[in-house]
Design a protein around this ligand. Structure first.
Ligand code: FMN
Length: 451
């Protein structure tokens, strides 16, 4: 890849001189040019696939099961177990890689596809082999135009080297990999809407069951995994399940790309062992809150996860599925968004909920109508025009969206409000009683009627 195309700069200097972790997924930061096939192969690339095609497909599934690899798209479902749900026997089966990446605060897949495309293609191929599929699809968010170009070029390079197409590595197995550009809708990251969109239809979520493992793409058994999940797979096959499961915590194995953003000194993607603490990520590596301010709260795993206050207990929490759940939130997509103490929390919540209103696909009435109402009421609150009882009314409307729609977009919409209200109730009440913000640039200003 030409030097000027390396748009991701090297990682920012760390407070500690020693990198905390040897790059695996983000190896391109240590090995320039790894987007090219020859450089990728010289650094262990496609060794995982070479190992896989010498095994029986079931054995590959078992290696991934034993590694403890869990999905990186949000829910953390064990990858090997998901693959094992695909029925054996004749007939087409598909692998779909979810690179839609639209969750606010999440930008890891973007870096992975633009800089290390063969890692993902190898992961898709190994997954196809494991479920005896001959077709892998990588669904990429439409705005990632450069990533799509890079991936398409890499697929052609792999094809020319006999790694995609007919009789791969002399194994007798054939497999095609298709790069598909989405149209830039958050809902298309939801797995069933993604499948609809990939089939050329409007991206509406499907009613389940049936689940994709039974009737997915073109009503055939389908595995859907996130881009980072599948980018882990070559490492698992190349080094073995035992090696992989040495990293991480008891139930969350391996390494993970944490996306750090918001009011922090050094935002960016940080690849760390699963279970590293928030303190290490936000303070030691990220330099803490920017401009010498303090952290008021942070979102631990993309905007759909409840915010947390930076108490000592929370900051020392290992970033894994169980650790974060024990603090009342979720690991989600590992997008950590820092909010500083000069931020009006009501304004921040309004901005987040506006995203869900914009992105609600409109299929389910509670989500389509409810997100509109949430935004209208939060606008009123933000602008000092709320009445007594409005906080309860907002909670009530949110409660009528969650659990009442086809997909989890509706469940996510009230999350910023509910979690912020628990932590900062007095700030919300201040907007009602004082008709202005408690902190931030608009604090103390008369807001009603002037927006
Ligand atoms: C509204 C919505 C948006 C989603 N967006 C994404 C996304 O951009 N990328 C992703 O991998 N998963 C996304 N998911 C989760 C997927 O539905 C699915 O769980 C995931 O792709 C499974 O992959 P994994 O098992 O490897 O995590 C989204 C879910 C919802 C409800």
């Amino acid at each position: 890849m030409a030097q000027q195309e390396q748009i991701f700069p090297p990682p920012p200097p760390l407070l500690t001189q020693k990198p905390p972790f040897e790059y695996q997924l983000l190896k391109h930061r240590a090995v320039p040019g790894i987007a090219k096939l020859d450089v990728y192969r010289a650094n262990g690339g496609y060794k995982g696939l070479e190992r896989a095609v010498k095994m029986q497909p079931d054995e590959v599934v078992n290696v991934v099961k034993a590694s403890g690899l869990r999905g990186r798209g949000g829910a953390g479902f064990p990858a090997g177990m998901k693959w094992s749900f695909i029925p054996k026997g004749p007939g087409p089966k598909y692998v779909t890689c979810n690179t839609d990446e639209s969750e606010p605060g999440t930008f890891k897949d973007h870096e992975l596809i633009e800089n290390n495309p063969h890692q993902l293609i190898e992961g898709v191929l190994i997954t196809c082999y494991a479920i005896s599929s001959e077709n892998g699809f990588i669904y990429v968010r439409g705005e990632f135009a450069r990533g799509i170009r890079v991936l398409k070029r890499a697929v052609e390079e792999a094809r020319a080297a006999g790694l995609v197409g007919q009789n791969i590595l002399g194994s007798g197995w054939n497999c095609e990999v298709v790069i598909h550009s989405g149209a830039g809708a958050y809902i298309c990251g939801e797995e069933s809407a993604l499948l609809e969109s990939l089939e050329g239809k409007r991206g509406y979520p499907r009613l389940r069951p049936p689940f994709p493992a039974v009737a997915g793409l073109y009503a055939r058994p389908t595995v859907i995994n996130n881009c980072e999940t599948l980018s882990n797979v070559p490492h698992v096959l190349r080094e073995g399940a035992e090696w992989y499961s040495k990293f991480g915590t008891e139930k969350t194995k391996g390494f993970r790309v944490y996306c750090l953003s918001g009011h922090v000194e050094r935002p960016g993607n940080y690849e760390l062992e699963c279970g590293t603490t928030f303190r290490t990520l936000i303070n030691d590596l990220g330099g803490g809150a920017w401009k010498g301010r303090n952290i008021k709260a942070f979102i631990p795993g993309g905007s759909s996860t409840p915010m947390l206050a930076p108490t000592d207990e929370v900051m020392d929490t290992p970033m894994d599925f169980e650790g974060i759940a024990a603090r009342g939130s979720m690991q989600g997509s590992a997008g950590v968004v820092v909010i500083d103490d000069q931020t009006c929390i009501v304004g921040a919540v309004l901005r987040l909920v506006e995203f869900y209103k914009e992105e609600s696909c409109g299929k389910c009435t509670p989500c389509r109508e409810g997100t509109q109402w949430l935004v209208q009421m939060l606008h009123r609150l933000e602008n000092g025009e709320s009445r007594e009882g409005d906080l309860e009314l907002i909670t009530d409307v949110g409660g009528n969206i969650a659990g009442k729609s086809f997909c989890l977009l509706g469940d996510s919409a009230p999350v910023p409000y509910n979690s912020a209200l628990k932590l900062f109730r007095e700030e919300f009440e201040y907007h009602i009683t004082h008709k202005t913000c408690m902190v931030g640039p608009r604090a103390g200003k008369q807001l009603a009627g002037v927006h």
